[in-house]
Write a protein that binds this ligand. Structure first.
Ligand code: TYM
Length: 336
């Protein structure tokens, strides 16, 4: 029996942070041997907010190199760049024409980002989830491993696919396959270091709110030293009045590989002065091998390019076949 398929992606906007790693990439690595995997750097999404053309290509390579550095294994997975496979944009257009406008206006991320953009909101920002649906549906994945913040976009993807199937397919022969989100409870929502009620985010102007995968040991220690805490002694999980405490203990648990129970017991009598250096140490240790591997990959630009070329070839074959099916269902025909 052939393996089930996985697809996921990250935007090349700035560096990757611990939220991206613990909410998404670490999970890709853990499950990859059981699936046939496509991991995409979604660079077309990166221009839905103002971007810098001088750094877009370099940022895209950085993310692809970080995929490898975090442990994506080419024996199980393909890595490719979204803009290298034209089918993404073309399917997005076709899906646009069957997606009701009010579905997009209801998206939480659109509302949040639109507020930040003021009058500069592009049609692309509103349309972003349709492009994301195209990214996914082209590869007919069974599972899409993401963090909690992408759940609504996955639901929309399923709704768009079901609508297209209903309008242009038949119950016996659906045109598109409905994917399932894969959201692991642990790490699904890593919170900001400066406000435990907001998620860690690339777009937060406060650099101290996130730990990036490529931060130096010094930067990591400084950010943890300055991060927001509370005046209570004794550290506990799951207290709704102590969001920072829960977040920092969760980070410690995931980065140290200890169980939640072991961490709860270890930290129950600790003060912040004792805990913060411990957290800094496990964060530095967890990121050290990733940073070393990243450096090795970046030193071999030719290798990285060959990975992306091969990834593109495999992705393109699958994507073009799905696109052909959708176009046929919508009534398009092309001489062979
Ligand atoms: P992006 O680039 O914002 O984030 C990439 C992945 O990281 C997860 N994530 C988090 N997880 C836990 N805690 C956090 N604080 C945190 N911040 C981010 C995200 O849930 C995501 O899994 N729209 C997507 C990119 C995308 C995509 C796709 C994903 C485009 N097409 C197709 C999957 C499949 C996004 O902006 O992710």
């Amino acid at each position: 029996m052939s393996k089930q398929r996985v697809l996921s992606g990250v935007q090349p906007t700035g560096n990757l942070h611990l939220g991206n790693y613990l909410g998404a990439i670490r999970n890709w690595v853990e499950i990859q041997s059981q699936y046939d995997n496509y991991f995409c750097v979604v660079d077309l999404h990166a221009i839905t907010v103002p971007h810098n053309p001088a750094t877009l290509a370099a940022d895209t390579y950085t993310i692809a190199a970080l995929y490898l550095a975090c442990g994506i294994d080419l024996n199980y997975s393909s890595i490719f760049v979204q803009s290298h496979v034209c089918a993404h944009s073309e399917l997005a257009w076709l899906l646009n024409c069957i997606t009701p406008l009010n579905w997009l206006q209801d998206m939480i991320q659109f509302k949040e980002k639109a507020v930040k953009q003021g009058e500069n909101v592009s049609a692309g920002l509103l349309d972003y989830p349709v492009l994301m649906a195209a990214d996914i549906l082209l590869y007919e994945p069974d599972k899409v491993p993401v963090g909690e913040d992408q759940k609504q976009h996955l639901e929309l993807t399923r709704d768009i696919a079901a609508r297209l199937n209903h309008q242009f397919g038949s119950p016996e022969v659906p045109v598109l396959k409905l994917p399932n989100p894969l959201i692991r409870k642990e790490g699904a929502r890593v919170m900001s270091l400066t406000d435990g009620t907001r998620k860690m985010s690339k777009s937060d102007p406060a650099e101290g709110s996130r730990i990036n995968l490529l931060d130096s040991p010094d930067e990591i220690a400084k950010k943890i030293k300055r991060c927001k805490t509370d005046p209570v002694r004794g550290l506990t999980f799951d207290d709704p009045n102590r969001p920072e405490c829960n977040n920092l203990l969760t980070l410690y648990t995931l980065l140290s590989g200890k169980t939640k129970e072991a961490v709860a017991a270890e930290c129950q009598d600790m003060g912040w002065g004792q805990f913060k250096p411990l957290l800094a140490e496990v964060a530095v240790e967890a990121l050290k091998p990733i940073q070393q591997k990243y450096k090795d990959v970046m030193d071999e630009r030719g290798y990285l390019e060959s990975v992306l070329r091969e990834g593109r070839q495999k992705a393109e074959a699958h994507a073009n076949e799905t696109l052909r099916k959708v176009k046929a269902a919508l009534g398009y025909s092309m001489p062979v």
